[in-house]
Design a protein around this ligand. Sequence first.
Ligand code: TXA
Ligand code: MG
Length: 358
Amino acid sequence: MSGIKKTGITARVIRIDPVRPEEDKIREAARVIKEGGLCAFPTETVYGLGVNAYNSNVVDRLYRIKKRPTSDPIIVHISDKTMLEAVVKTIPDIALKLAEKFWPGPLTLIMERSDNVPENVSAGLPTVAVRMPSHKIALALIREAGVPVAAPSANIFSRPSSTQAQHIVHDFSGEVDIVIDGGDSTIGIESTVIDLTVEPAVLLRPGGTPMEPLQKVMPYLKLGPKYIQLNQGASSSPGMLTKHYSPRAELILYQGESEKVREEIREHVNRLQSQGRKVGLLLPTEDMEVLSDFEVEKADLGAEDDLESIGRNLFACMRELDRKDLDVIIGRSFKSEGLGLAIVDRMIRASEGKVIRV
Ligand code: TXA
Ligand code: MG
């Protein structure tokens, strides 16, 4: 059950140097955006599927090929302050403060939408989400296109995000006009989203900019209601979580003290295998070492304490396991500090709340 329509046409992929983006290649990709096409491009968080944010027709096409509900708004990417002024009605003081400290970077701010931005970009909402990415290719592309770039993560809706160009080729084949291959995304987890249109401002999605430095600027910042529900009731009410970031195989997460978790995973895998089910492990290096005698597919997330590498590897590991046609993937959750908050959020959503606490 792939749900992906293959056109038989392969996407046009151009390789661009992420450190010194070649000007001629940036021009070629920017032309696609200017002419109303779709361009997949790398950002420091995940790859985006970019279009001219002022062109509502191509925005419609974007929702369609991503199979994204039209009720789910899209982030507008900018390269400078003039573009910010063009896409929002007013810039609150706190936005300027946050931009000063965290832009360019993995932070998205929701403000009042200006009339320049078509309604469908924001799914009809009077607001708009804005982000200035720090990736050199992304910045150069937006600057060269000369327009703000509306871009959701470059994956089929509800599936793991793309952190490499090949992920986009896999998901969309020839439906994207051009794919920029700029290597692996360095953060690997989407941007943090803060809604500045409510009082007090609220964090809607934990992401690449951790909560702690944000709270230094906004001591009143709290996680939004959706997240609190996720955090408190995840295992007791899995049905309440909509499928997101998910691999095709069922994902089950363990949470608890390492020794105990490993023991339980061992038993669980044995049980599943004796039922003839194909199992994969999505775990940090330390757990993999202990479970090395196991005959199962494994995707190593990196050292347990190195949240940066876990973030960077998470979606690629999920996709790698998915290629093995598994029935079940067993993973574990991490500490909810720093980048860990966003990592745990993605893992819990990917598992649709199937968390076993030991
Ligand atoms: O790191 C990222 O943010 C990546 C890269 C490509 O920039 N983009 C990304 O886009 O993750 P997407 O579409 O996968 O997620 C955007 C999130 C969604 O949860 C959406 O509901 C929320 O931002 N969002 C966008 N506009 C909004 C608005 N006006 N009000 C509330 N939420 C909004
Ligand atoms: Mg997404």
